[in-house]
Design a protein around this ligand. Sequence first.
Ligand SMILES: NC(=O)c1ccc[n+]([C@@H]2O[C@H](COP(=O)([O-])OP(=O)(O)OC[C@H]3O[C@@H](n4cnc5c(N)ncnc54)[C@H](OP(=O)(O)O)[C@@H]3O)[C@@H](O)[C@H]2O)c1
Length: 242
Amino acid sequence: MKSVLITGASSGIGLQLASDYLENGYRVLACGLDVVKLKAVLSHPNVTHYAFDTTSVEQIDQALGQLSAPDLIILNAGNCEYVNDAQQLDAALFERVMSTNVMGTVNCLSVLLPRMQAGSHVAIVSSSVTWLPLTRAEAYGASKAALDYLARTLAIDLQDASIDVSLIRPGFVDTPLTRLNDFPMPAKISVTDASSRIRRGLERRQRVIDFPFLFILVLRIFSWLPVSWWQSIAASMRRHSL
Ligand SMILES: NC(=O)c1ccc[n+]([C@@H]2O[C@H](COP(=O)([O-])OP(=O)(O)OC[C@H]3O[C@@H](n4cnc5c(N)ncnc54)[C@H](OP(=O)(O)O)[C@@H]3O)[C@@H](O)[C@H]2O)c1
């Protein structure tokens, strides 16, 4: 039986992926902050629950230290906070976003990678935010840009170990995280749709999984514009969202 480890499996995209992989006959190692919450949302004979905070390498090591590495790991746990006043940057906000999104991912990799076998597969969940600088996303966007670079570099450096690395960059997905957003979210898709696109991309061992297609196409076209043009467009978006 194939196995998949998913962080952030108690909610949103991670929860949907865990449920879908269980339905498809996988053994699922479901990781979250809180074991009670995990057990309440995911109960199945083929699921094992692991509770740890990804920002603590000690907690990860304690929870997963003895585990034989799974076939696939999906590092999905993350958070998002937006900057309200760019002239008054809140260092504590950056610390929270960076430590969960960047160091949380690195911490999991540091515990799991040494035990991963040839032929196994690592997936890192970034975001479509990295296509372009978007208003108020100074912290979130920077954290996801770091993950993009991390995933692309690991994909090169893990080739000799025959470990594949996929970078996942979703557009807006309807989850508890985006339900907090107070601005329009173009091309938002359901979490079931997101899960099937991610699983299909991982099945094909795609290096980069970008979706939904039309939204990404628009971002890609905007990314070809001169920087000053994009800055004017993005600034007008900010004025409209205030
Ligand atoms: N939704 C979107 O539109 C969208 C778009 C692009 C990228 N993403 C990325 O997709 C990933 C999942 O997002 P989502 O929308 O599914 O959000 P979500 O519903 O808020 O789920 C986030 C998950 O991460 C867990 N988590 C957060 N901090 C953690 C920590 N320090 N240690 C361990 N687990 C932690 C949460 O646990 P608790 O439930 O216990 O808090 C939860 O299971 C994130 O990396 C996000 O940046 C989302």
